[in-house]
Design a protein around this ligand. Sequence first.
Ligand code: ADP
Ligand code: TRP
Length: 318
Amino acid sequence: MRILSGIQPSGTIHIGNYFGMMKPAMELSKKGEAYLFIADYHALTVLPEPEKLRGRIRNVAVDFIACGLTEETVFFRQSDVRCIPELTWILSCVTPMGLLERCHGYKDKLAHGLSPNHGLFAYPVLMAADILIYKSNIVPVGKDQKQHVEVARDIAQRFNNKYGEILVLPEPQIREDAALVPGTDGQKMSKTYGNTIELFGNEKELKKKFMSIVTDCKTLEEPKDPETCPVFTLYKLFAANDQIEVMAANYRKGGYGYGHAKKELFDVFWEYFRPFRTRREELLKDMGYVDAFLRRGAEKANETAEKTMKQIRESIGL
Ligand code: ADP
Ligand code: TRP
């Protein structure tokens, strides 16, 4: 079984990325062969600044490895696999416009004021190439990416109908408990929306971010509903079951303020990532290890991709 997922280096890795994709992908990698990559071609749709892009690719690589990637994982940069844009074009020619016009991701980005370049529109076809070129079976992603994996599946089906059974139909895998991690504004946490809490960073600044999470205006004395509060939703990701029950009871009985809850949330967060922080410090002093990790990944990814491309080129008459 092949597991595949990607993350854009359009910003710094945040809690939503970790629980929505990284953690499930690393867990799944125990059951099969995992291909994880840094989607730098995708990031070009929103980040046309070369120096920033270079720096962020490097940071995502360090942060991901620090979070516990094992050496068996095929971890690489998307742009190191040069036949990805080739397959994107081939798949574009079996992709109906309507399929892309229906994509929420594109519409959401426009609604957030991004200018609609062709890359942003064609984004799901590039993602389909990522998934299909390695004949991936399972694609662990957050809920926002589910539709894109379904589009990839649809494109694979259309390709196979035209040219023969070459591509494998992928399945999205969404962890319900972390399908949509809220950001500091209570909406989906996203690098594109400026509401993120990063995994790594300065303690004081991170604490400030936790303290800025939006809540309703209930007074300290009033009973509160934990289920509608983003502070509690985030707490559930880090805390043990008995801790979660205690916090829920505190919310309901009143006399417990959002400030208390945020402080407790910060504490569990800080402890949770402590070992990863230590590992990250070590990696920053040994970037040769990180580069070699990515080089090995790129070699393996290219080998697998080229096999599929050979079949595809033959089948389409090129
Ligand atoms: P962003 O939206 O911050 O740009 P990406 O698009 O690079 O993040 O997402 C990388 C992975 O993390 C995807 O699988 C995505 O579904 C997941 N992810 C991102 N934000 C969240 C979130 N708030 N909750 C759950 N999963 C998320
Ligand atoms: N579009 C994904 C995101 O923004 C990143 C990505 C690119 C991806 N290619 C992929 C995820 C292939 C899974 C499979 O989150």
